[in-house]
Design a protein around this ligand. Sequence first.
Ligand code: LLP
Length: 442
Amino acid sequence: MKKSNSNRIGFGDISIQNHRLNVGGCDAAELAKEYGTPLYVFDVNYAVKTAAAYVDVLKREYPNSTVCYASKAFCCKAIYRIIAPLGLGADVVSGGELYTALSGGMNPKKIYFHGNNKTEEEVAFAIKSSVGYFVVDSLHELELIEKLAYSPQNVLFRVNPGVEAHTHRFIQTTTPDSKFGFSIADGTAESVILSARKYKNVNFVGIACHIGSQIFEPQSFEIAIDKMTDFIVKLNSLGVQVERLDLGGGFGVHYIEEDRPLTPEQYMANSARYLATAVKRRGITAPHLIFEPGRSIVGEAGLTLYTVGAIKTIKDLKTYVAVDGGMFDNPRVSLYDARYTFVVADRADEKGDKVYSIAGKCCESGDILADGITLPELKSGDVLATFTTGAYHYSMASNYNRNAIPPVVAVKDGKSAYMVKPQTYEDLIRNDVIPLFLEDVK
Ligand code: LLP
């Protein structure tokens, strides 16, 4: 079971050994046998390596900084045990993520609470939990903080710098019509920030943006930095000091052959250097810099294992290979036309020449995980692995068709253990109630 560094295949630290897929020193097909499928597998060392690299690079390039892990990418208690000791903070966007982060041992002072429509309960819970920072995205939220807080809360404003990042439109966040942030261009951001002065429980500390996700070009971040630092100049001229600048996340990762991401270190170093220069050129005080990578820390740490069930050929059209997962464990294909790489776990280096469409088991024609991909000849019982499923998979999974959300198994140095246990049928009906008045329904 010992892992060697050779035979890496370009997805995280996954390798092929004796034709078999190996992750975290564990044989993928054996994991499927031991834990069953569908199964999410999470390579702890890869996540540690990536998160630590971010912290190191920023410490070197821009010491006045914090790396916050974006919880939405993959949220469960154990992830905070991995990232908190490395010195990262966390970005959360709901009471549920906040609760999980705190339960996982995250220091509340290092938490940034995002979200465009925090409820009154969520704001109250965050105040009670002493979260470090609110990233405010509406006047409604400002009023809630003012009403519910008993002492001033640190507030950053989410602004929209209007950067067109090249990614799927559903994960672009700074188009002019975005639901996120206050527009810099039309003057709203500036007037909202000035209006914050009148709230006694609001302590303005900075501005935040997030230009989108799965972005490959470092130039998109440079444009954002220019726009944000120009805005700081403007705020300074109005007598407003900006202590903190949160640039969000968005660094792209490798899903398919054509993807050419930079390394996390390259993205981070480039942006940090660019910011240092931008600040110097404008003669403004260098703000505390926050980056919030999610996908690029955990994405390539994950893979999903499925077992092939039914195989169905539609004459002269295509052959469907149905697996025991689908859109309930990976909704990204139907939501964003996302594309993935698949291999057979116990003959992972076999390219093959059969063209298959990988179908999920949900009752939806659109539940297809890959369309027209080339694989070796498959038979029922084969274990298929798909890569880069550590981010926005478990966290976006659902119980559609009352399928159980797959468990997550952590692997590290040849050891494996659950970090999220399997759901049982009993779990699926745990919150179901039959109202008394239905007893009489004939
Ligand atoms: N910070 C903020 C304020 C964000 O909104 C996000 C992601 C991040 C950080 C982390 O971005 P990352 O480094 O992971 O790209 N479900 C979509 C992705 C949605 C991202 C939403 N915000 C997907 O599966 O592609």
